[in-house]
Write a protein that binds this ligand. Sequence first.
Ligand SMILES: Cc1cc2nc3c(=O)[nH]c(=O)nc-3n(C[C@H](O)[C@H](O)[C@H](O)COP(=O)(O)OP(=O)(O)OC[C@H]3O[C@@H](n4cnc5c(N)ncnc54)[C@H](O)[C@@H]3O)c2cc1C
Length: 440
Amino acid sequence: MKAGQVIIIGGGLAGCEAAWQLLRRGHTVHLYEMKPQKFSPAHKMENLAELVCSNSLKSNSLDNAPGLLKEEMRRLHSLIIDAADKTAVPAGSALAVDRILFAAEVENQLNRQKNFILHRSEVTEIPRDKLTIIATGPLTSDAMAQEISRLLGSSYLYFYDAIAPIVEADSINMDKVFWASRYDKGTPDYLNCPLSRKEYELFYQELLAGEKVAARDFEEARHFENCLPVEVLASRGLKSLAFGPMKPVGLIDPHTGVMPYAVVQLRKENSAGTLLNMVGFQTKLTWPEQRRIFRLIPGLENAEFARYGSIHRNTYINSPSLLSPSLQLKNNENIFFAGQITGVEGYTESAAMGLLAGLNAAFMIEGRILEPPPVKTAFGALLNYIISSEYADKFQPMNINFGLLNAFPAKKMKKKDRNSLLVNQALQFLNEWMTSQELI
Ligand SMILES: Cc1cc2nc3c(=O)[nH]c(=O)nc-3n(C[C@H](O)[C@H](O)[C@H](O)COP(=O)(O)OP(=O)(O)OC[C@H]3O[C@@H](n4cnc5c(N)ncnc54)[C@H](O)[C@@H]3O)c2cc1C
């Protein structure tokens, strides 16, 4: 097999995972990590693969999407999941780790490989003519962010996300809501949840009183007017939402024949319609508060949230416009992106995109093309989200969830049965794909 060299910039979860995939296939990796010469505002340890906040990689159970993604990664020989399994601490059904042992395990495994060369320095220039994987993460250094901006154009690089919650469509009570567009113009693209005055006022009070996530000291409490947190908008007065994102004008509730006092509008997030985005509801409420307060909205009493809302400092690129399914730049196939900077969210998701970038770079050196994993696998679903042009103009980071698999069964099933069907199907597709790509 042909062997080659790859430069990886950033020794976090994605960079280490990408390195591992290349090393296991006999290629040489030059990994550049700026620590300890320079630390982001959140990184504190000298080791590679630092978990900057929680020590949990979320659920390890095979009845949900984060658990499925981990199992797929295990089957693809993931270094990050292997190190997490080896350094796990008791945490119920979650995969939580001793963060010091975890980072040491990842670094030791890499250092044991003879083709692994670690450079402890900040990279400020991206080589255009050498195979390079950029995995500098949500807190990419300023100089590197400027370089990425020169490479891609500043309108394709973002520094904050403003995420509205996403609801699983089949968890909505369709008897209480209605599809319509304002003044019946065009197609009825919005699912409207109507609120009476009493329901609105209760919702409003809870929104104001709900517990919010505090901004970190490196995050400016600066918001852009068109993506204000919904609770900040609400704090401007009782009617601010009813005249803003919850305005009912032009919408008649077919159940009552009149215009509601206020509405919450949801729009399809994916073409399959399995996920619906709460329009204008970007928020800094804590996750439990989002679940409690947004379930006060008629129709959403039993809503399952595929993604909660958030607003935080996050460097990421507009992957749907820029990247091919192999995570390579469409206009320079030497350059790959991996990890959270591609627009995924979370430790496991970031490592997963590192794994794919590493595999794709390895295949390229070997003169082969890796087919993208099927969209009914967790890997394929996440990849599909970040490269699908349907998301380009409203791209926001995403964590893994079942709605992305575009595979909800047509008939309503119990959640437990549905999830088990999706998992079995995904693992079968993964095995077939691995066999066809000679990855087993
Ligand atoms: C404050 C914060 C808290 C988070 N908490 C969680 C959480 O609890 N759970 C969760 O699932 N996700 C969390 N995330 C989200 C995210 O999944 C993690 O940040 C994850 O570590 C991303 O992996 P990555 O490999 O893409 O980036 P990182 O793990 O951040 O790795 C990037 C690496 O690149 C290095 N680097 C940056 N610029 C350069 C440069 N120019 N040259 C060389 N090296 C460079 C950095 O030092 C770092 O080591 C959090 C993110 C942030 C910012």
